[in-house]
Design a protein around this ligand. Structure first.
Ligand SMILES: CC(C)(COP(=O)(O)OP(=O)(O)OC[C@H]1O[C@@H](n2cnc3c(N)ncnc32)[C@H](O)[C@@H]1OP(=O)(O)O)[C@@H](O)C(=O)NCCC(=O)NCCS
Length: 173
């Protein structure tokens, strides 16, 4: 640590994503989620459907080093991966589609800060529950943020395309 890059990461802050950030978000997604590739059009549509729920983590030099894509969604179901949604259903839960930081941006509590911002946004929309699918062995992080796993054979089937360690998790806000 001590380099300009490290300082930039420490100075990073969450900001509203703009349409101009879509390519940078895709570049981060390609690094963080090689096992779950999603098309540019899919990420761009999430932004178009609910821009208020899309944030980028911007380093001191302006580079995008993380992002989160989130939106209202229906209860007890998950959107299929890499699929256009068309429209959002009646809002029952606040859904975190993804929260992803480049490796160098992890461990600095940026993930925790994003969750707090998203909780405030969900509450402002009048939603009392947040939900997500934990992948990449991230369940420990989500548990630390107060999420609890919902497990049932029905969920195991719904999550089949998300990988072996996928877990549907919810939190009351
Ligand atoms: C998961 C991720 C968002 C966490 O963000 P982060 O900024 O590194 O996490 P924080 O520094 O805010 O950590 C908050 C707490 O979670 C814990 N934590 C972080 N990552 C963890 C992990 N993978 N497993 C278990 N605990 C974890 C931290 O130790 C910390 O615990 P504490 O409050 O007891 O000190 C980040 O590591 C990441 O982008 N990972 C790759 C993408 C990914 O898996 N995203 C989730 C997809 S569902």
């Amino acid at each position: 640590m001590g380099s300009e890059a490290a300082q930039g990461r420490r100075q990073a802050e969450w900001q509203q994503m703009t349409a101009a950030d879509v390519d940078a978000v895709l570049a981060v997604a390609d690094v963080v989620h090689p096992a779950f590739p999603e098309d540019r059009a899919v990420l761009a549509e999430r932004f178009a459907l609910h821009p208020e729920g899309c944030l980028v983590l911007r380093a001191g030099d302006g580079a995008v080093i993380g992002y989160t894509l989130t939106h209202p969604w229906a209860a007890d179901t998950v959107p299929p991966l890499n699929t256009l949604l068309g429209r959002l259903p009646d809002a029952e839960v606040y859904y975190i589609h993804d929260l992803a930081l480049l490796p160098a941006a992890r461990g600095l509590r940026a993930g925790n800060a994003a969750v707090r911002l998203l909780e405030a946004h969900a509450r402002a929309l009048g939603l009392s529950r947040m939900a997500l699918v934990a992948v990449n062995n991230s369940g420990g992080f989500w548990s630390a943020q107060g999420f609890e796993q919902v497990s049932s054979p029905q969920w195991a089937q719904k999550l089949a395309s998300y990988g072996d360690d996928a877990a549907y998790m919810v939190k009351a806000v």
